[in-house]
Structure formats: C-alpha cells, structure tokens
Design a protein around this ligand. Structure first.
Ligand code: HEC
Length: 217
C-alpha cells in the first residue's frame, strides 16, 4: 500500500519536472516572452526628405534681422490663452512673459509653479534657446507643462521672439551669418545634407512623394 503510494507520488513528481522542463525549453525555442524589435524599423522611402533636413534654411540671425514684432503680436494670439505679456501682468496657465528674453529659464515671476524639469533646466532664455523651445517645448523639455505643440515655421518663431524682445527688452539679436559662413557651417554640421537635397530633387519629380516631403505645418 505504502509502496503503491510512493510509486504514484514518484510519477506525479516526475511528470511535474518534465512539464516544467518542456515549458522552459519551448519558451526558449519560441521566445514567447521576448518581443523582438527589428534592428531597423521599416525601410527608408526614396524621395522623402528626412526630418531635420527641412530645417536647413536661413540662420537665426538672418531670420531675426528680418523679424517683425507686429507680425509676432498676431502669432502671440496663440499664446494669450495661457500667457500675459504686460509688465506686472498676472500668471495664468503659463507664467507672465514680460522681459522673458535673457531671464533665467523656468524661474518666472510672482512664484509661478514651473514643472520641475523646466525649473531644473538652468541657463537663460537666449535667442537660440527660445527658438528651440518655441519649435517644440516637449522636444526641448520632455516633462514641461506647456501643452503647446510649437511653431513649425522659422519665420513665425523669429517674429514672436522679436515681439517678446519688444516687451521688456533683451540683448541685441545675433548677427546674421555671412552667406559663405552659413554654407560652411551647414556643411560641417549636416554631413547628410547633400543626400537629403538629392532626395528633395527626386521628390520634386514625383508628385506623391513631394507631398510627403512638404514640411509639416
Ligand atoms: C496651453 C497653455 C500654453 C500656451 C498656448 C503657451 N504656453 Fe508658454 N508656457 C505654458 C506653461 C504651463 C509654461 C510653464 C512650463 C513648465 O513649467 O514646464 C510655459 C512657459 C513658457 C516660457 C518659459 C517662461 C520662463 O519664465 O521660463 C516661454 C518663453 C513661453 N511659455 C512662451 C510661449 C509662447 C511664445 C507661446 C505662444 C507661441 C506659448 N508659450 C504658448 C503654457 C502655455
């Protein structure tokens, strides 16, 4: 009787062990719990200008030299739901922006409660940083509370920056880069740009691809 019990217990134990072994083996074979990402996602589509390539244009100095605060005021209508700009104006969903140009980033006035990420950014709002911020706040500071997609047109950003400077001042605009210098600087910082330009040329011949290549608004 005891013998029989031991035999049965032995088989139960044995089959348990085999079952465990098999399941671990099969998970190895099929890699069930390990999603595999391909090293390259999808494949590149010929004729589509890479993101960033569309950015190549006049440098910030050139844009700011041509910027118009009055045009910037119109664009600032997109900001007034959250920001005031008058001197001593109240904070709203966003901080008052009077004299923000040149001020420390994420410090504001009258105790506005900044996100910890923007407050910890450091540095001052110089023109390059404002330009990067207004292009896409989330790209610059992922944890920001400024729920604003950004201004995709470089001219719009330059105009708004000129408007900010007109309200409270700021340092002189950076000098526009000389034509030769810009070309050299672009060549130095964007090695793939020649390819992108070539891709752009292809895009122009293919209407469908050209649509894809149009910069997002
Ligand atoms: C939906 C509301 C909202 C809109 C629209 C908005 N902002 Fe903001 N903005 C914020 C908030 C909130 C902050 C604080 C962000 C943080 O703490 O991360 C902020 C911060 C800023 C700062 C940094 C201020 C400082 O003292 O560091 C600047 C500059 C700024 N916004 C400019 C603009 C401009 C220019 C526009 C329009 C083109 C705009 N914002 C549109 C909500 C908004």
């Amino acid at each position: 009787m005891t013998d029989r019990f031991n035999t049965i217990a032995g088989w139960v134990l044995f089959s348990g062990i085999v079952g465990l072994g098999l399941s671990s083996l099969s998970s190895h074979v099929f890699q069930a719990d390990k999603p595999h990402r391909p090293h390259e996602m999808g494949y590149p589509i010929a004729g589509v200008v890479e993101e960033g390539a569309a950015e190549a244009g006049p440098d910030l100095g050139t844009l700011l030299a041509a910027a118009d605060p009055a045009a910037g005021e119109k664009i600032f209508a997109k900001c007034t739901s959250c920001h005031t700009i008058a001197q001593g104006g109240p904070n709203g969903i966003g901080p008052n922006l009077y004299a923000v140009v040149g001020e420390p980033i994420g410090k504001g006035k009258a105790g506005f409660a900044f996100s910890s990420d923007l407050a910890a950014h450091g540095g001052n709002w110089d023109y390059e940083t404002l330009n990067t911020w207004l292009h896409s706040p989330k790209a610059m500071v992922p944890g920001t509370k400024m729920s604003f997609a950004g201004l995709s047109k470089p001219e719009d950003r330059a105009n708004v920056i000129a408007y900010l400077k007109a309200n409270g001042g700021g340092p002189d605009f950076p000098a526009p880069a000389a034509a030769g210098e810009t070309a050299a600087a672009d060549a130095a910082k964007a090695p793939g740009e020649g390819d992108a330009a070539a891709a752009g040329a292809t895009a122009a011949e293919e209407p469908a691809a050209a649509q894809n290549a149009a910069p997002a608004q």
